[in-house]
Design a protein. Structure first.
Length: 69
């Protein structure tokens, strides 16, 4: 469990926040509504500096420097 938490901590805090929202909402929605909500969250995340930083860091083979969160 500690390894999972450590791995998650390496990710964008904003992306983790969005993922927690999606998981939390999943128990209150049917599958179609859940998929739609997840797509909305993903679209919101794609407008953030962290999305660009993640892509750039991957392409440059370096650790990302998250801006949000």
């Amino acid at each position: 469990m500690d390894e999972l938490a450590a791995a998650m901590a390496q990710n964008s805090p904003l992306a983790l926040e969005f993922a927690k929202k999606a998981v939390s909402a999943a128990s209150r929605m049917d599958l179609d509504d859940g998929i739609e909500y997840e797509a909305e969250l993903f679209a919101q995340f794609c407008t953030t500096p962290d999305k660009n930083e993640g892509i750039e860091a991957f392409l440059e083979d370096r650790k990302p420097e998250w801006k949000e969160g």
